[in-house]
Design a protein around this ligand. Structure first.
Ligand SMILES: [Zn+2]
Length: 41
């Protein structure tokens, strides 16, 4: 198993695989983004 880092907006329940995309979401929505590790099967 491998771990993968993703960025998550808990307010929207959205996940982003690219930090750049999470940054865009953060900028336009002013939501906080949390970096999380997930297991990849
Ligand atoms: Zn959001």
């Amino acid at each position: 198993m491998m771990t993968e880092v993703i960025w998550k907006c808990f307010r929207c329940n959205l996940t982003f695989k690219e930090k750049e995309l999470s940054d865009v979401h953060k900028k336009i929505s002013n939501h906080s983004i949390t970096k999380v590790k997930t297991l990849v099967a």
